[in-house]
Design a protein around this ligand. Structure first.
Ligand SMILES: Cc1ncc(COP(=O)(O)O)c(C=O)c1O
Length: 400
C-alpha cells in the first residue's frame, strides 16, 4: 500500500489537506474503518454486555468478547489475560493499587524518565502503604543494564519494577526484554508500560515473558477511553479489583460478598466502553493489514530523516538518543518551545507538542524545563518532516 493510499484511509487529511500532524505520541489519527466500526456498533449491536439474554444483547456481548480475543491475539496474550480499562493510566493505577495493598511487595522501583502515569501511582501507593520507593536515577535519556543491576542489588524482594517500552518524551526504546530477565533473576515482577511501544512494533506478551503489560487504544488508531491491562493469569487472579459494582460480583449479602470467578468480569466492574473495545479490535485489524514491520520501517526512516535535518539547524539541540524511535525531543536555543510550537501550528499547519511531556524528571535530567516534541506514525510523509524544518527556519526569521 502506498503512503498516498494510506492517507486516503484517514478522513482528517481530507478535511485538513495541508496538516502536517506530528503529534501521534499524544494521540493517533483514526482510519475510516475504525470510525465505521464504531458507527456500525451503535447502528446494529448496541446493548449492554454480560447482562441481558435477548438477541441484541447477546450480539453485543459476542462482539465485545470477540474484540477482546482479537486485541489479545495482537499482543500475543490469551483472551482471559486481557482486561479492558480506560487506558494506560488507569491500568497502571489498578496494578499499583492492588500490588501495594496485597502486603506482599517490599519495594517499588521506577526509573525517573517515566511518563507521570508510570511514576505517580507507584510513588503514591508506596507512600500510603509503607513500601520502599526507589526512583532509579537516569542521567540523560538512557539507562544501562549495569546501572539497573547496581540499583537492584540490595533492593528488598519481592519488588515491582515498572518501565516504559518506549519513553514518551524522547522515543528511547528501553531494553525491556533483557530487563525482564534481570528483574526476574532478582525476584521481582516487571510491568511494561507499552503506551508508546505497542503502536509501533510487534509485542509478544508470551515471548517477552513480562508479568504485566499496559497500553492505550487511542495511540494506536482506536477511540479514547479504551485501553488494556494484560497480566499473567495467576497474577490477575490475585489482583484486588479497583472498581466494585455491577457485573463483577458473584453473591451479595449484607455481611460480605463474593466476586465473579472469571477474572475478566471481576476486574471490569460497571458498564464498559463497549464501542471502544470494538474500535480497538478494528484498529488492530487495520495495523495488521498495513503490517507492523512496514510501519516500523517507515517510522524509523522518518525519525532518522528528521533527526539529520534538525541537526543541520545550528541553534537546535536534539535530546533524543541515537536509536530513539518515532519521537524526537528538541529545543531551539533562542525560541521558547511553546512559542515555536504555537508558530508552527498557527502559521504553518505543523502540529507538534511542547512543554514537559508529562515527564518533569526526564526534563530535569536533560537540564531543561520544556522542549518541543515531534512524533511520527505511518501516515506521515517526508514532506511533513520538510515542513517542520522549513517552519523552524521561518520561525527564526519571525522571532529573531
Ligand atoms: C509512556 C506513556 N505511558 C502512559 C501514558 C498515559 O496514557 P493514557 O493517557 O492513554 O492513559 C502515556 C500517554 O502519553 C504515555 O506516553
Amino acid at each position: 500500500m502506498s503512503i498516498k493510499e494510506v492517507r486516503r484511509d484517514f478522513p482528517v487529511f481530507r478535511h485538513y489537506p495541508s496538516l502536517a500532524y506530528l503529534d501521534s505520541a499524544a494521540t493517533a489519527q483514526k482510519p475510516q474503518s475504525v470510525i465505521d466500526a464504531v458507527k456500525g456498533f451503535y447502528e446494529r449491536e448496541n446493548a449492554n454486555v454480560h447482562r441481558a439474554v435477548y438477541p441484541l444483547a447477546e450480539k453485543s456481548t459476542a462482539l465485545y468478547e470477540s474484540s477482546r480475543s482479537e486485541v489479545a491475539r495482537f499482543i500475543g496474550a490469551e483472551r482471559d489475560e486481557l482486561i479492558f480499562t480506560k487506558g494506560s493510566t488507569e491500568s497502571l493505577n489498578i496494578i499499583a493499587n492492588a500490588l501495594a495493598t496485597s502486603g506482599r511487595y517490599k519495594t517499588f522501583v521506577v526509573p525517573t524518565f517515566e511518563h507521570h502515569s508510570n511514576f505517580l501511582p507507584w510513588q503514591y501507593h508506596s507512600l500510603k502503604n509503607e513500601i520502599k520507593f526507589v526512583a532509579l536515577p537516569i542521567m540523560g535519556a538512557e539507562l544501562t543494564m549495569t546501572e539497573v543491576e547496581e540499583n537492584l542489588t540490595g533492593v528488598e524482594a519481592p519488588f515491582v519494577f515498572s518501565i516504559g517500552g518506549l519513553i514518551n518524551a524522547t522515543g528511547y526504546r528501553t531494553p525491556f526484554e533483557d530487563l525482564t530477565e534481570l528483574v526476574h533473576s532478582f525476584g521481582g515482577l516487571i510491568v511494561i508500560d507499552g503506551a508508546q511501544l505497542v503502536p509501533h512494533e510487534i509485542f509478544d506478551f508470551k515471548k517477552v515473558n513480562s508479568d504485566f503489560l499496559v497500553f492505550s487504544g487511542h495511540k494506536m488508531l482506536a477511540e479514547t477511553g479504551i485501553g488494556c491491562l494484560v497480566g499473567r493469569a495467576e497474577l490477575l487472579d490475585d489482583l484486588t479489583p479497583f472498581v466494585f459494582g455491577g457485573g463483577m460480583v458473584d453473591r451479595v449479602s449484607i455481611e460480605t460478598s463474593s466476586y465473579a470467578k472469571e477474572r475478566t468480569s471481576r476486574l471490569e466492574g460497571g458498564t464498559q466502553n463497549i464501542s471502544g473495545a470494538v474500535s480497538l479490535a478494528s484498529a488492530c485489524r487495520y495495523l495488521n493489514k498495513i503490517g507492523m514491520s512496514a510501519i516500523h520501517k517507515h517510522v524509523s526512516y522518518l525519525t532518522e530523516t528528521a533527526r539529520e535535518m534538525l541537526k543541520q539547524i545550528s541553534n537546535v539541540t536534539v535530546y533524543s538518543p541515537p536509536d530513539s524511535h518515532a519521537i524526537l525531543l528538541f529545543s531551539h536555543k533562542n525560541i521558547h518551545s511553546h512559542d515555536l510550537a504555537e508558530f508552527l501550528g498557527r502559521t504553518q499547519e505543523v502540529a507538534i507538542r511542547s512543554g514537559h511531556h508529562c515527564a518533569q524528571l526526564q526534563m530535569e535530567a536533560l537540564g531543561i524545563t520544556s522542549a518541543c516534541r515531534a512524533s511520527f506514525y505511518f501516515y506521515n510523509t517526508v514532506e511533513d518532516v520538510e515542513r517542520l524544518i522549513e517552519g523552524i527556519s521561518k520561525a527564526e526569521r519571525w522571532f529573531l
